[in-house]
Design a protein around this ligand. Structure first.
Ligand code: NIG
Ligand code: FE
Length: 418
């Protein structure tokens, strides 16, 4: 069925893009975000299809046989043999870092644990040293580079956290760098306790007083790492309540290594999301299912740290709203690819490709407070990934494959594989 195409010539100056002869166009069907339960599995598939874009928004989508006669300037893209899905939304990344942790990766391969490395002043604190040493201009260049790498894997919208500055200037420079690259900034002021601060409570007080007022001008959300060796539930509550009062949405890194009470805290405070959940048991699953908190799963981090995978199937079956993200960062998930996340979701979390699609498009956009994208539907922002296969499920099926042929971001071809 063709929807929304008027047969007339666009007014002079309108910019139109037609992707034609696509083997499939596939989009989450449900219009209410976040999608839950059976609605998460519900997708529309149109075969032998076209997508028409006008001035950065979808103008029409339908079968080739219903393509209206178009006059005026129309840029055409040949979709023969390709399938199209909405632009992917990565709702959890840490792209504003300098240096790398290849050495720690090797140490972990030899048996060292993530917690031991952090307790010894490595881990997040090692990246903090490198990031403080980089200037604001270098951070801008770094985040733009990572954004471009994500784009080649189909990501058209990304969230980016601070949390590797843990001082006033570097935290704000990270947020600025994410914003300058077109990302959605999250203030992860409570990621770890920096070495110059005596303890977690003193640091939280300092960050609320000295960083939050300016961070809240740039960021849309605040985040905290609730874990042994970082912040406990009481400290997280104090930090998040102050951030909420400053107008920020709330997110939590919770139940990554241990269940510390982060799920009840997220529900109590009405957080937008709780992210990780590798350690969440059946009670946490039931509590999330009965709430509006989105369960963001990051299977690359579980894989990297050799942790149990989060209970994706149980969360969906219980009725929880879920999203999937890369957690791109130099320590626990050095991976920009949401297609890789799909493969892990379908092989390790028990999700169907349809559920991976909804979890990394419309539901991930909901986590970021964006309701103008995530589906291929008339009027929404025209973000589109052209998959190099006539069956869109190759995104999950072809493990680490080069599945992305090209990417349309806000109506323009932003990436075309060489
Ligand atoms: O989501 N868990 C805390 N933060 C990141 C890792 C950050 C790092 O190791 O540099 C995560 O896994
Ligand atoms: Fe993270």
């Amino acid at each position: 069925m063709t929807t929304g195409a008027d047969q007339s010539v666009p007014p002079d100056g309108a910019r139109r893009l037609l992707v034609r002869d696509l083997a499939q166009v596939v989009t989450p069907a449900g219009t209410h975000a976040p999608l839950r339960g059976a609605a998460l599995r519900d997708v529309d598939v149109i075969e032998d299809a076209f997508v028409l874009v006008r001035d950065g928004a979808f103008e029409a989508v339908g079968r080739m046989g219903d393509l209206p006669r178009l006059e005026g300037d129309v840029e055409e893209v040949d979709g023969h043999g390709l399938s199209a899905i909405p632009g992917l939304v990565d709702c959890h990344t840490h792209p504003a870092f300098a240096g790398d942790r290849a050495n720690e990766f090797a140490l972990r391969a030899g048996g060292a644990t993530y917690e031991e490395l952090l307790a010894a002043g490595g881990g997040i604190l090692s990246t903090t040293r490198a990031t403080r040493a980089a200037g604001a201009a270098e951070l801008r260049e770094i985040v733009a580079r990572h954004r471009d790498a994500m784009l080649t894997h189909g990501t058209t919208t990304f969230e980016g956290k601070s949390g590797y500055g843990l001082d006033h200037d570097t935290e704000l420079a990270q947020l600025e760098a994410v914003r300058a690259a077109g990302g959605v900034p999250t203030w992860l002021g409570a990621h770890a306790v920096p070495p110059e601060q005596p303890d977690a409570d003193t640091y939280i007080d300092w960050a609320i007083e000295h960083v939050l007022p300016e961070a809240a001008e740039i960021a849309v959300a605040a985040d905290v790492f609730v874990e042994r060796g970082t912040f406990d539930v009481e400290q997280a509550r104090r930090y998040l309540i102050a951030c909420r009062a400053a107008g920020l949405a709330l997110r939590i890194h919770g139940d990554q290594l241990s269940e510390m009470g982060a799920v009840p805290l997220a529900v109590e405070l009405g957080a937008r999301s709780i992210d990780h959940l590798e350690a969440t048991g059946p009670e946490g699953v039931a509590e999330l299912a009965a709430s509006n908190v989105v369960a963001v799963m990051l299977p690359v981090a579980a894989l990297y740290l050799a942790r149990p995978m989060p209970r994706g199937r149980a969360l969906v079956d219980a009725g929880a709203a879920i999203a999937l993200a890369t957690d791109f960062n130099p320590g626990s998930a050095f991976c920009e690819s949401l297609p890789v996340v799909w493969t892990l979701a379908c092989t390790q979390l028990g999700l169907a490709p349809e559920e991976a699609l909804g979890a990394s498009t419309v539901n991930a956009a909901h986590v970021l407070g964006l309701d103008d994208r995530g589906r291929i539907a008339v009027g929404l922002r025209a973000d589109l990934v052209l998959i190099d296969a006539p069956d869109w499920r190759h995104v999950a099926y072809h493990f680490a494959g080069d599945v992305v042929r090209s990417v349309v971001r806000e109506g323009r071809v932003a990436h075309l594989r060489a």
